[in-house]
Design a protein around this ligand. Structure first.
Ligand SMILES: Cc1cc2nc3c(=O)[nH]c(=O)nc-3n(C[C@H](O)[C@H](O)[C@H](O)COP(=O)(O)OP(=O)(O)OC[C@H]3O[C@@H](n4cnc5c(N)ncnc54)[C@H](O)[C@@H]3O)c2cc1C
Ligand code: FES
Length: 258
């Protein structure tokens, strides 16, 4: 792995609807190496508070530009949202092991299905771009319509887009994994790729096991170093403890113990 620590110039930082932001920074090196499912670890400000970097998925690359999207949750993402174009961010990346998709990119007879919960859409847009020849299907789950992100980006990539909202304000009413079960009863599926909250990933894992489908899941964990040095993000797998930041964040579902 060829991790870089760079001072990256912010090209744009725009507020999206609701509490979300879209930021682009300049880094030809990260853009060239980045793979879907990898992330960057960002020092949002040069002062000592907040000290820890914030892990954010790579949402896409375009030439030497790297794109991220973020939800404003607490202090770190609040500060990030106030950073201006022309300023510099201290960034480590690209980090982690992303989705293993290369063998599958040309699979046409069976659908590749991407399942996102909330901000889990962030790395899946990048993955959909790599898989676009196979016209993947994306299932997006959110609490309510206002929290659905990236629909147009997936459509522009030729994906079949289906949504599930807890309150029924858009698409299927219920959990995205219930929608997944409906889709599986109607579609021949090649492979599942998922990113989102832990309980959703656990449910995707169960569905994959019941239907004997391979699933790759991108886990979230609180992180410090982001490079496998502090043991702060360990997860127990069938092959012992692994660090989410270095061995993951993407794991095959059959490797995980819940
Ligand atoms: C591999 C990976 C990729 C991620 N990709 C994205 C993304 O593309 N877009 C996005 O909006 N968010 C993403 N997250 C979650 C993001 O890192 C947190 O929302 C963010 O760190 C919150 O920081 P804060 O200071 O605003 O919140 P605070 O709650 O003030 O943060 C306090 C501490 O908790 C950590 N923390 C809080 N929430 C999370 C969380 N959900 N996951 C991990 N650490 C957390 C922070 O890093 C910080 O160290 C990702 C997390 C991981 C592990
Ligand atoms: S965050 Fe330090 S080992 Fe993963």
């Amino acid at each position: 792995m060829n991790i870089r620590q760079i001072e990256a110039k912010i090209i744009s930082n725009q507020k999206l609807n609701g509490n979300y932001g879209h930021l682009e920074f300049e880094s030809g090196i990260i853009a060239k190496q980045a793979q879907p499912g990898q992330f960057v670890n960002i020092r949002v400000v040069d002062t000592l508070d907040p000290l820890l970097r914030r892990p954010i998925s790579i949402h896409g690359v375009s030439g030497s530009k790297v794109k991220i999207i973020y939800e404003i949750i607490g202090k770190g993402t609040q500060i990030l949202s106030a950073r201006k174009p022309g300023e510099f961010l201290d960034i480590l990346g690209p980090l982690g092991n992303g989705f293993d998709y290369l063998r599958l990119a040309k699979t046409a007879q069976r659908k590749n299905i991407l399942i996102a919960g909330g901000m889990g859409v962030a790395p899946l847009v990048f993955l959909a771009e790599k898989l676009k020849l196979s016209k993947p299907m994306i299932l997006i789950g959110a609490r309510t319509k206002k929290q659905l992100l990236c629909l147009q980006e997936f459509k522009a990539l030729g994906c079949v887009v289906k949504v599930a909202t807890d309150d029924g304000s858009s698409g299927f009413k219920g959990r995205v994994t219930d929608l997944l079960n409906v889709v599986l009863s109607q579609t021949k599926v090649a492979h599942l790729f998922s990113c989102g909250p832990g309980p959703m990933l656990k449910a995707v894992s169960q569905v994959a096991q019941e239907n004997k489908i391979i699933a790759q899941l991108s886990l979230e964990a609180h992180m410090a170093c982001g490079v496998g040095a502090c043991l702060g993000c360990e997860v127990l797998t069938k092959n012992g403890y692994k660090s989410v930041c270095k061995d993951g964040p993407v794991f095959f579902s059959e490797e995980l113990t819940w």
